[in-house]
Design a protein around this ligand. Structure first.
Ligand code: HEC
Ligand code: HEC
Ligand code: HEC
Ligand code: HEC
Ligand code: HEC
Length: 340
């Protein structure tokens, strides 16, 4: 009995296999150079771990502004919005948004490598272009924005949030975005650093405090805030420098002084007023020159490097803005400096 049962089972199995083999092959898919998961996720390859511990301390991870998921904000403040923006030209209003992370700047599971999601040249919202290799990625988000309302007509209606938004770095780096009131200005050498932002902000990391995927430029050394100069100490650049204030007899101090001068002028002219202890644009209609000076102040204050991104340009623009508020101000010029 037992043998008969076994034979029946074996026979049935053989029939199933034969029937299966009779299926016609209708399509053959050849996967070229399929990447093994272990190319990235293995116990020999730790670059993901290094990037991850660095990224975790970055403002991209910790800043917390990824709840800004409306269609006007999502492309710069959320992972989902940026990916949609690169794919379709619009960020949309993603539900369950997540912070700017690995899959914002890379597309490893789609491409099987760690190439950047985009490194296409960027056309700024205000006109002008940015083309600095891998740093093009950053320029999509870190650019001066067009104020709302824009500076057109005879007067401009300012309000607390009016201005270039908080991140004009790519514009300032390349000498674009500010108003120069028709005055002469210079663009410094940092505009042409080959990989732009990345050469300085992603130089080989200091632990998880600066450089690499922290994108940070200062760190604590024995509890003392220290400038991260790995990206500066490059041959042909500033090979001997130990801090950021090295050239122009202290460029950051000079820019700080000019920012304070311009701010004092803007406060005296009632263009910047206090809101909960912070100065911001007054809610009022002002002249075109006044609006431009306010815009320039906010741009240079918020680009966050105290002039390092483009020392000559920042100094020229601040001086021109102070002059434009004075009694001998020249007529307003046509618009922001675009290409240079
Ligand atoms: C080109 C490199 C690369 C390849 C190849 C790759 N991954 Fe990943 N994977 C990543 C990166 C980068 C992350 C994000 C790591 C982090 O957050 O620290 C990730 C994260 C993950 C996660 C965590 C979940 C998530 O979405 O964050 C899983 C699961 C995963 N990978 C599975 C796989 C599998 C399965 C394969 C093979 C089919 C694979 N990966 C191939 C780079 C890669
Ligand atoms: C998808 C848009 C986006 C991209 C791409 C992007 N950033 Fe950011 N970045 C942001 C936002 C938004 C913040 C602020 C996050 C917050 O506060 O929640 C930020 C914060 C930062 C900060 C910290 C700012 C501070 O005030 O301390 C640095 C530095 C920075 N980014 C550099 C870079 C560099 C360099 C690149 C390119 C490698 C880059 N970012 C790419 C949107 C972006
Ligand atoms: C073109 C890209 C872009 C768009 C669009 C954008 N932001 Fe931002 N925003 C940034 C970047 C980049 C930063 C980080 C600046 C930095 O810290 O240097 C930032 C910073 C901020 C901050 C933090 C400011 C601070 O100093 O703490 C807030 C709040 C914010 N954005 C709100 C918004 C809102 C609300 C919208 C939509 C109405 C919006 N953003 C649209 C790029 C953008
Ligand atoms: C704000 C954008 C941004 C974010 C977020 C980001 N990366 Fe990167 N990553 C870069 C840039 C830019 C480079 C340098 C690439 C270049 O110069 O071509 C890079 C390089 C790398 C490299 C080295 C690539 C190589 O081919 O050697 C690894 C590994 C990496 N990233 C992993 C990660 C992981 C893991 C995460 C998340 C924890 C992450 N990245 C998040 C922008 C980003
Ligand atoms: C020539 C080197 C250099 C280049 C190129 C550069 N940065 Fe910076 N950046 C700096 C330095 C130095 C500081 C900060 C100085 C300080 O903290 O005193 C800074 C400050 C910042 C800040 C303010 C927050 C912080 O980390 O201190 C942001 C945001 C930023 N840079 C983004 C960018 C972006 C985006 C680009 C490319 C468009 C860029 N930077 C290009 C050197 C550079």
């Amino acid at each position: 009995m037992k043998t008969v049962k076994l034979i029946t089972v074996v026979f049935t199995a053989v029939m199933v296999i034969i029937a299966g083999c009779e299926r016609k092959v209708t399509e053959t898919v050849v996967v070229a150079e399929q990447t093994n998961c272990f190319a990235c996720h293995s116990d020999q390859e730790f670059s993901l771990v290094a990037a991850d511990v660095q990224w975790a301390t970055s403002m991209h991870a910790t800043g917390g502004t990824f709840e800004r998921n409306s269609s006007r904000c999502s492309k710069c403040h959320t992972n989902e919005g940026f990916n949609a923006y690169i794919a379709t030209g619009s960020g949309g209003s993603p539900t369950n948004p997540t912070p700017i992370g690995c899959f914002t700047c890379h597309a490893p599971h789609t491409r099987g490598d760690l190439s950047l999601r985009t490194s296409e040249a960027v056309t700024f919202e205000r006109g002008g272009t940015f083309d600095r290799g891998s740093a093009n990625l950053c320029a999509n988000c870190h650019q001066a924005r067009t104020p709302d309302p824009d500076i057109t007509g005879a007067t401009v209606a300012l309000e607390e949030r009016w201005g270039p938004h908080h991140a004009g770095q790519a514009s300032v780096l390349t000498g674009q975005g500010a108003y120069t009131f028709g005055m002469a200005y210079t663009v410094g050498a940092h505009a042409n650093v080959p990989n732009g932002c990345i050469s300085c902000h992603m130089a080989p990391a200091y632990g998880n405090q600066a450089g690499g995927h922290t994108f940070k430029m200062t760190y604590l050394y024995h509890d003392e805030e220290t400038d991260f100069v790995a990206g500066c100490q490059v041959e042909g650049c500033h090979s001997a420098t130990e801090d950021f204030d090295f050239s122009y007899d202290g460029v950051q101090a000079m820019v700080q002084g000019l920012l304070e001068d311009l701010k004092a002028e803007l406060i005296a002219a009632n263009l910047l007023v206090l809101y909960d202890g912070e100065y911001a644009p007054v809610e009022a209609s002002v002249s075109v020159n006044e609006a431009k000076a306010v815009y320039n102040y906010l741009l240079m204050e918020e680009e966050g490097s105290l002039g390092i991104h483009n020392p000559d340009y920042v100094i020229d623009v601040l001086n021109a803005s102070i002059a434009a508020l004075g009694p001998n101000a020249t007529a307003a010029d046509g618009g922001p400096v675009a290409a240079h």
